[in-house]
Design a protein around this ligand. Structure first.
Ligand SMILES: C[S@@+](CC[C@H](N)C(=O)[O-])C[C@H]1O[C@@H](n2cnc3c(N)ncnc32)[C@H](O)[C@@H]1O
Length: 218
């Protein structure tokens, strides 16, 4: 009788142990599954987040790219901007090779300076007589403009976005150039009207102007 009882309780105990072991294993499996799914979902969520971020940035880059290209080069330079430069220029005739509507001639006149700005192709025509080049160049062809003016081998000051300093092409001219950094962002003329302040910083890239230092911050 005693043995039977003991046997019975032993069986119960073993069953309980087995059962709890199975339960534990089941729990472990569930836990394992739960953790795997959570980690998997976490990675998928991160991937979606990254993709959305890249898509968002890519579209911003595309927009920025258009802007950086400066496809719309038709902005003219008011005398307020030219006035920053006038103190660093020698006497003589200014040539501005890049033509928009020719308003820059009058803007120079306001500062008692003579400027030639003709409706001609800058790369196939130049005036017979000029002493220096000053131009707000078409930003979409900065390198070509700098090369053109270096080839003239006359003093020049060319206005362009300050980020041109980071471009590869500027390296080969770097030791010949000096820079004037304006005190703030310029506003340009658009169709004869003064525009709002531009969204980019500019600089005057200068050659043979013998500035007192290589970088002048106005
Ligand atoms: C930023 S605007 C400045 C115009 C003028 N230099 C000024 O300061 O008011 C540059 C102009 O150069 C003109 N341009 C572009 N390529 C040219 C070229 N090969 N010859 C003459 N002008 C050109 C563009 O049409 C644009 O209107």
């Amino acid at each position: 009788m005693y043995w039977r009882m003991t046997k019975h309780s032993l069986q119960k105990k073993t069953l309980f142990l087995l059962f709890s072991f199975v339960l534990e294993q089941k729990t472990q499996v569930y836990l394992f599954l739960f953790l795997s799914i959570t980690i998997y979902l976490h990675f998928i969520f991160e991937k979606i987040k990254d993709t959305l971020y890249i898509m968002n940035n890519h579209s911003r880059l595309l927009k920025k790219h258009n802007a950086v290209q400066f496809k719309d080069d038709d902005y003219e330079t008011p005398s307020k901007i030219l006035n920053d430069l006038v103190q660093y220029l020698p006497e003589g005739i200014i040539y501005d090779p890049f033509y928009c509507n020719g308003a820059v001639v009058e803007e120079w006149e306001k500062l008692n300076r003579v400027c030639i700005n003709e409706k001609k192709d800058a790369f196939s025509w130049k005036p017979d007589n000029f002493d220096m080049v000053v131009s707000n160049i078409p930003f979409s062809i900065k390198e070509k403009c700098v090369k053109l003016c270096i080839d003239f081998d006359k003093p020049f000051a060319l206005l362009m976005p300050i980020d041109a300093l980071g471009s590869k092409w500027i390296k080969k001219y770097f030791d010949k150039l000096q820079f004037i950094i304006p005190n703030g962002r310029y506003s340009f003329l658009k169709n004869g009207k003064m525009g709002k302040g531009s969204w980019f910083d500019t600089m005057w890239v200068c050659y043979k102007l013998n500035l007192p230092s290589n970088i002048i911050k106005l």
